[in-house]
Design a protein around this ligand. Structure first.
Ligand code: ZN
Length: 209
């Protein structure tokens, strides 16, 4: 009996956790993309810094060494431009966005094809990625993706506890089942709900310790 009840509550907790993790993923995506596309671009809050000249991602075969790299950071995202030479024959650009942790990224590898201003995008990981705009990076960055998901999922669960507790309290006060709202009038106080089987008074009240 105790085992059956603990198994049931475990699966309920697992379902709830899965639901709020999914909600956490949606909020994670929404916050990262919203903050990226609504924050001022080109006005870094913490400045543009030259960083040590290394390609931010593994370079394609045949690329020369990185010559110069610049990092631009704002509250919502950071971008890095890295070049092979001052003439930028090869350019790698990465962007990371998300709050409070960087959770999504995109990058492009550009190589001068020797015909003036034309550039080749060898790899793209954002919905719109060109030399000036990166709108929706979708590549998850770890551990930021995980941390944001857990954070947003936990916050939404905590928020939802308030109306759920109010609903349970209201049903209890009306003499109804706190789970399914079945009217329990006339039933003994130790009888489970005939509709859903929830032990009466079991959920909303604090158990004696
Ligand atoms: Zn019920």
């Amino acid at each position: 009996m105790v085992f059956a009840r603990s198994t049931g509550s475990f699966s309920r907790i697992a379902r709830t956790a899965a639901l709020y993790l999914v909600i956490g993923v949606f909020l994670n995506v929404a916050v990262a993309w919203w903050s990226l596309n609504t924050s001022p671009r080109g006005i870094p809050l913490s400045g543009i810094h030259a960083v040590k000249p290394e390609w931010p991602r593994p370079a394609p075969i045949g690329w020369p060494a990185c010559y110069h790299a610049v990092l631009s950071e704002t509250a919502s995202h950071e971008e890095m431009w890295a070049y092979s030479t001052p003439g930028t024959d090869h350019e790698m650009r990465t962007i990371a966005c998300g709050r409070p942790f960087r959770s999504f990224g995109a990058w492009s590898f550009d190589q001068n094809d020797g015909k003036g201003e034309r550039w080749s995008h060898l790899l793209e990981t954002g919905v719109t990625l060109d030399r000036d705009q990166v709108r929706l990076p979708w590549h998850p960055l770890w551990p930021g993706f995980f941390l944001n998901t857990v954070l947003f999922g936990t916050a939404s669960w905590a928020l939802m506890q308030v109306p759920a507790a109010m609903l349970r309290r209201s049903r209890l006060n009306r003499g109804c089942c706190t789970n399914c709202n079945y009217n329990l009038a006339g039933l003994a106080s130790n009888v489970s709900c005939p509709e859903c089987g929830l032990p009466r008074m079991g959920k909303p009240n604090k158990r004696p310790t």
